[in-house]
Structures are given as C-alpha cells and as structure tokens.
Design a protein around this ligand. Structure first.
Ligand code: I3S
Length: 128
C-alpha cells in the first residue's frame, strides 16, 4: 500500500519557483496569465502556491499554507512546448481532467530537472 494510506506524510520530492500559466480548464482554452508560482511536488500531486515573495520557507511546507491549486499527476501528460510560448524552457502539463498548465524557467538545468522529476512520478503512477 502507499505511504499515504498508512497515514504517513507523503514524501516531498521537489520544491521551487517556476513561472506558471494555466491554458486550459477541462479542455476549454483559457487566456494566458503568467505568474511566478512556488511549486511543490509531494506524493502524487503538484501543488501551486501563489505570491511566493510574501511567504517564508516555513509557510511553503505542505499543510502550513493554503495552496492556490493542486494537480493530480495520475494519468497526466508532460511535453516540451516551446511552440506554445515565446518564452524559452516551457513544458506543458495536461491532467487527466483536461486542465493544461505551462511551466517555465529561465534556467535550463532547473526546468530539465523539473521535467524529469515530474515525468518520473507520472511513470511510477502509470505502473501502479
Ligand atoms: O500565446 P499568446 O496568446 O501569444 O500568449 C501571450 C499573451 O497571453 C500575452 O497576454 P495578452 O494577450 O493578454 O497581452 C502575454 O502577456 C504573453 O506572455 C503571452 O505569450 P508568451 O509567449 O509569453 O507565452
């Protein structure tokens, strides 16, 4: 069984600052609105926190601060999407419910690391 079902706090895989915009909700296209977001990968979820500058590291910990939104990575799809933006280093995350997000960083190594880590979680969930 998963750690979650045993009441253990899910493992924090990664956290950091990325630029984020939601581009679709339930398959319906949305107007882009890029904003910096504190992104936390914990358990099977990608959790977004708003306005990272107003927060301190303590408040970023899961449970200490209310997330703006949260994405279930089960069945999600990830792809590089430099064709969807004039920005560099953009990838698209599509949830099973048809919500689509673009995530971006100016730092090549950082965005590649995020892509790899999220894809690993998706792959792990696919095998369950
Ligand atoms: O894909 P788009 O529509 O060209 O995306 C740009 C616009 O959303 C723009 O907003 P307004 O159309 O409301 O002015 C944003 O400011 C840009 O950042 C969007 O493009 P990029 O290439 O940055 O993803």
């Amino acid at each position: 069984s998963s750690p979650d079902s045993e009441g253990v706090t899910p493992e924090l895989e990664k956290a950091g600052l990325l630029n984020k915009t939601k581009i679709a909700e339930g398959g319906r296209k949305l107007r882009k609105n890029w904003n910096p977001s504190w992104v936390v990968l914990v358990g099977n979820s990608l959790v977004f926190f708003k306005d990272p500058k107003s927060q301190n590291p303590e408040s970023w910990k899961p449970g200490n601060s209310r997330p703006e939104s949260s994405v279930d990575l089960r069945g999600a799809q990830l792809q590089w999407a430099n064709d969807l933006s004039s920005k560099k280093n953009v990838f698209k995350l599509r949830t099973i419910t048809g919500n689509e997000f673009l995530l971006q960083s100016e730092t090549d190594s950082l965005i590649r690391e995020w892509y790899r880590t999220i894809q690993n979680v998706i792959d792990r969930l696919d095998k369950e």
